[in-house]
Design a protein around this ligand. Structure first.
Ligand SMILES: NC(=O)c1ccc[n+]([C@@H]2O[C@H](COP(=O)([O-])OP(=O)(O)OC[C@H]3O[C@@H](n4cnc5c(N)ncnc54)[C@H](OP(=O)(O)O)[C@@H]3O)[C@@H](O)[C@H]2O)c1
Length: 337
């Protein structure tokens, strides 16, 4: 391939993000300077926070400018190197964005790193990478589950929620998952070892949370916010921990939806509610990868990778996160070359 295909941000969305907000461009393959490497992307990882990157507001990752390549995590192969730490053929991951080729150097905001031996790009972008770390830190550090606790997880069949719930099971908890649709709920109870699952698209979540958690929740791992957070806050046990990992139900809303009106329940139950951003915990990656590597090897944690194909399908693949089409970690393999 002699060109660098790219997807650029064309327009900032108002409300629901769609494929129309991106445009396709072909440009020259970039050249590299001393200290840099050129990476050919093979696999992209998708994350709901990419919805925030298309807005013109400062965040822990600077937003994408209009006409700039859409940002996102990527794995691929070094095809040219002027950096002694990398050689041609190394498999690396970084934040290369939606393009065939990207340059990384020591001064890049998120320089590439080599994948450990035996770790595939899919694992690095998913269960053994930042996604898995998010679940691990959120549930263990902030959720602090104890054996016998009742743990509720929303977005439970997604990349982060499915791992958080399984880690809680390993800690000896009773784990209830909330997900959209019968297929996802069946996977949670039949494959991922959740004790029970609530299909929020077809069941009354508030009633089902009360039914499945009769003594209240000790931990709620929240990926979605909105009405599901409200239902969880209505069923807290004493000294419960509410972990705010994400609030995807509001990400495509023009005006942020009103917050829960039952925060007083935190007071009566002496509970805590705490948010976190995983980049503050990246130094815990080696410890996490050791633990997760062992759980995967022993079959104690299962994971799903939802892998789409084709450069032309990149924008549509991001939308899958917001329509709930993905099961497990959303990725895309760039094919055709
Ligand atoms: N704090 C951090 O540092 C951090 C880091 C990474 C991710 N996160 C957050 O973690 C959450 C999960 O991310 P992920 O990468 O693992 O994605 P994911 O759960 O694999 O995919 C997103 C899922 O969200 C659900 N969803 C979409 N719209 C929804 C709505 N309106 N109401 C309820 N559920 C909805 C869908 O599942 P259903 O079919 O079940 O609806 C969809 O599959 C996100 O909120 C993300 O922002 C936080």
């Amino acid at each position: 391939m002699s060109v660098n295909r790219q997807w650029l941000l064309k327009e900032r969305p108002k409300g629901m993000l769609s494929e129309e907000h991106f445009e396709y461009r072909e440009t020259e393959i970039p050249t590299i300077l001393d200290g840099e490497v050129l990476v050919k992307t093979s696999t992209l990882g998708f994350d709901p926070m990419q919805r925030g990157l298309v807005m013109d507001r400062e965040s822990y990752i600077p937003p994408v400018g209009l006409g700039e390549v859409m940002k996102g995590s990527a794995a691929g192969q070094v095809v040219e190197s002027k950096n002694d730490n990398f050689k041609v053929g190394d498999i690396v991951q970084g934040f290369g964005g939606w393009q065939d080729y990207f340059v990384s150097g020591a001064d890049s905001p998120m320089p590439v790193s080599k994948l450990p031996q035996g770790v595939t790009p899919e694992m690095a972008l998913g269960v053994l990478g930042v996604t898995g770390l998010t679940a691990y830190i959120g549930i263990l550090e902030l959720g602090a589950p104890k054996a016998g606790d009742t743990v509720l997880v929303s977005g439970a069949a997604g990349a982060t929620g499915s791992v958080a719930g399984q880690i809680a099971k390993l800690e000896g908890c009773r784990v209830v998952g909330i997900a959209g649709g019968a297929e996802k709920c069946a996977w949670l109870t039949e494959q991922a070892g959740f004790d029970t699952a609530i299909d929020y698209k077809n069941e009354d979540v508030a009633a089902k949370v009360r039914e499945h958690c009769p003594d209240g929740l000790d931990v709620y791992f929240d990926n979605v916010g909105g009405e599901i957070l409200q239902a969880a806050l209505n069923n807290l046990a004493m000294n419960a921990r509410v972990v705010l990992c994400g609030g995807i139900s509001g990400y495509n809303e023009e005006v942020p939806p009103p917050g829960p009106n039952n925060l007083m329940n935190l007071i009566g139950t002496r509970s805590t509610m705490e948010g976190y951003i995983i980049i503050d915990y990246l130094d815990r990656m080696p410890e996490f990868q050791k633990a997760m590597g062992q759980w995967l090897q022993e079959g104690k944690v299962v994971h799903l990778d939802d892998i789409q194909e084709g450069f032309e399908n990149i924008p549509a693949t991001l939308m899958r996160l917001f329509t709930g089409k993905n099961m497990g970690k959303q990725m895309l393999k760039i094919t055709g070359d």
